[in-house]
Design a protein around this ligand. Structure first.
Ligand code: TXA
Ligand code: MG
Length: 398
């Protein structure tokens, strides 16, 4: 156990003010300690990427399997060159368009990168975050910073400092609180092999559509990716259980209205068996339909979208008031509007954690279109479901 200290900063501060405020966490990084910090995707747990002993602390704090490589974060493009053996042609254009930002490039690694960072692979994932706090911290530390998401291994990634505290307090040296992460799902991991097409190993904050505009030959999997025989072994993280709330999550896939019908049928079955508490991870639209079509089910819900913390979001408007809650057989967690998938991405992991806190025993989750950020959302939901997918379709009606 170690004592975890806290530093609070505002991302809107001037660069000089941030650099000044981040002197302590930067010194902790330089001295081989572990520091959690906000990025534009999710919170990361950082250590000096060039110090294998420091990096080992990340693995033990998270309980992370040692075969899962870490992303190295940089603040300036000059920091890239020493980390890699060569720079495939596309890198310059990709970096120009997408850095700083939520794109990780997997490149042939140089000997400077310790094997523990790359989990023994001969490649390294590098990303230049755009979050002002992440960027200033890396600059102040003066070293590249290895950082996985700052959750306990297998849990949903943290989008607030409070989530990090919940998972890792007493296991890491410091937490920099810089408010909620904006995007809410992790970076897109893009492998740029020496031979062959660039391949998306994990969909994320930069959509396939945007990547295709720069590298038309990019290969990508669908939302069920990671089970692909060719790609899976190259991204060891994909084979581990991920992003999961504690309760088993069932993902309903198919026509939107058919999803809702099937979810309600399953909800009724679960409630009639009285097997503890039911969680529903649904959009605002689905919540509104549910409220109309099944007011009984809705009235039995603790709407976590309007949780007592006031909600770090604008999704609460128009939901039932807490006072309307008559029972707590059901917890409804609303992830925002299907019309705004960015909102869904930013709330997804937060809501999974809230359902855990509400003590649900099972979660029924809606699925989303796989375009834009929707592909990353679906990838995380499929992983969280771990095979518990329910495929639904409309019955033909006379
Ligand atoms: O947005 C993000 O990427 C966040 C923030 C903190 O930057 N980081 C993050 O790290 O999500 P992590 O460790 O939770 O996920 C990194 C993913 C894993 O699936 C890992 O297997 C893959 O990237 N990865 C890292 N280096 C790799 C490499 N050299 N080859 C293949 N996959 C790699
Ligand atoms: Mg992670």
């Amino acid at each position: 156990m170690s004592h975890t200290s806290y530093v609070s900063v505002e991302p809107t501060w001037r660069r000089e003010a941030l650099l000044e405020a981040l002197r302590d966490p930067a010194a902790v990084l330089r001295a081989g300690g572990t520091v959690a910090f906000p990025t534009e995707t999710v919170y990361g747990l950082g250590a000096n990427a060039l110090d294998p002993v420091a990096v080992a602390r990340i693995f033990s704090a998270k309980g992370r399997p040692s075969d899962n490589p870490l992303i190295v974060h940089i603040a300036h493009i000059d920091q890239l060159v020493p980390l890699v053996r060569e720079l495939p042609g596309d890198v310059h254009e990709l970096a120009r368009v997408f850095w700083p930002g939520p794109l990780t490039l997997v490149l042939p690694k140089s000997d400077l990168v310790p094997d523990i960072v790359s989990a023994g692979l001969d490649t390294v994932g590098v990303r230049m975050p755009s979050h002002p706090v992440a960027s200033a911290l890396i600059e102040a530390a003066g070293v590249p910073v290895a950082a996985p998401s700052a959750n306990a291994s297998g849990r949903p990634s943290p989008t607030t400092a409070d989530h990090v505290r919940h998972d890792l307090e007493g296991r890491i040296d410091m937490i920099v609180d810089g408010g909620a992460s904006g995007i809410g799902v992790e970076s897109t991991v893009l492998e740029l092999p020496q031979h062959g097409a660039p391949t998306v190993l994990r969909p994320g904050g930069v959509s396939i559509e945007r990547l295709k505009a720069v590298i038309p030959d990019v290969r990508a999997l669908d939302a069920f990716g990671g089970t692909d025989d060719v790609v899976a072994p190259r991204s060891p993280g994909l084979k581990h259980r991920h992003y999961s709330p504690s309760a088993p999550l069932w993902l309903f896939i198919g026509d939107h209205s058919a999803q809702l019908e099937a979810m309600i049928a399953r909800a009724d079955a679960i409630l009639s068996e009285a097997h503890g508490k039911l969680g529903m991870l649904i959009s605002d639209e689905t919540a509104a339909t549910l409220e109309n079509s099944r007011p009984d089910l809705f009235a039995a819900a603790v709407a976590t979208g309007i949780a007592a913390d006031g909600g770090a979001d604008g999704a609460a408007d128009g939901a039932v008031a807490a006072a309307d809650v008559t029972a707590d057989a059901v917890a409804i967690a609303r992830v925002g509007s299907r019309e705004r998938l960015e909102e869904v991405a930013s709330l997804l992991f937060l809501r999974m954690r809230e359902l855990d806190q509400a003590g649900v025993n099972v979660i029924l989750a809606e699925s989303y279109p796989s375009s834009g950020i929707g592909l990353a959302i679906m990838n995380r939901l499929v992983r969280a479901a771990g095979g518990r997918c329910v495929f639904v379709q409309h019955q033909c009606r006379k």
